[in-house]
Design a protein around this ligand. Structure first.
Ligand code: GSH
Length: 212
């Protein structure tokens, strides 16, 4: 077994965060692609609580939840640091990372899986949250918060293609473009068209069951 293993899924932005962080730190790792429709015994054994990716295995010990894994990576492989030395700054970054994990995940999911009023409500929520984030974000990546936002960049494009609505029009839009230009992002983030095709397939199922 490699010293560091990552159980991930190629379309998972949660997995991408971890891959990008490991690459920034120069940590060699073995990547294991999970089929989430048919989860491996290893994944179920390592993450029996949520049965989700990403799971990072370091020296045989499993680490769960992407934000917790990012913190672990930053504490274990110190250079270059993902967070500033200042505790207040660090706590702000963690606050926003947590905010993104909670709010954007929910509204993105509703944009993808719903239609009509529900989808419109989710779009409004998404845009409002972007406006809030816009005030906070600064051009200082890579930092943990930036990885958390940046790993969503392709996903935002997919949602924009699905809805035909420009979801991100603020400063964050140019910031996301700059993030995608980083070499580490280029080699990690998936191709938008492939991602789109996958999202459309996921969307078809729930939509079919909600159309009367
Ligand atoms: N809060 C988790 C979310 C991870 C997550 O939702 N992973 C999805 C893939 S994007 C998953 O493994 N889903 C499998 C399932 O729900 O059964 C994190 O930040 O790591």
């Amino acid at each position: 077994m490699a010293d560091v293993e990552l159980y991930g899924m190629s379309a998972s932005t949660f997995s991408h965060r971890i891959e990008i962080a490991l690459k920034i730190k120069g940590v060699a790792y073995e990547y294991v692609e999970e089929d989430l429709q048919n989860k491996s015994q290893n994944l179920l054994q390592y993450n029996p609580i949520y049965e989700k990716v990403p799971v990072l295995i370091h020296e045989g010990k499993p680490l769960l939840e992407s934000l917790i894994i990012l913190k672990y990576i930053d504490e274990t492989w110190k250079d270059p640091p993902l967070l500033s030395n200042d505790p207040y700054n660090r706590s702000r970054v963690r606050f926003w990372a947590n905010f993104i994990n909670q709010t954007f995940m929910q509204s993105s999911k509703s944009i993808l899986l719903c239609h009509g009023d529900k989808q419109e409500k989710a779009i409004v929520e998404f845009v409002e949250n972007i406006a809030m984030l816009d005030k906070e974000i600064v051009k200082d990546f890579p930092a943990a918060r930036d990885l958390v936002v940046g790993s969503r960049s392709r996903w935002v494009k997919v949602l924009e293609k699905i809805t035909g609505v420009k979801l991100v029009t603020t400063f964050i839009s140019s910031w996301l473009e700059a993030f995608e230009d980083l070499e580490v992002a280029k080699v990690t983030l998936p191709d938008v068209d492939k991602y789109f095709a996958r999202a459309v397939a996921v969307r078809e199922k729930p939509l079919a069951s909600t159309i009367d």
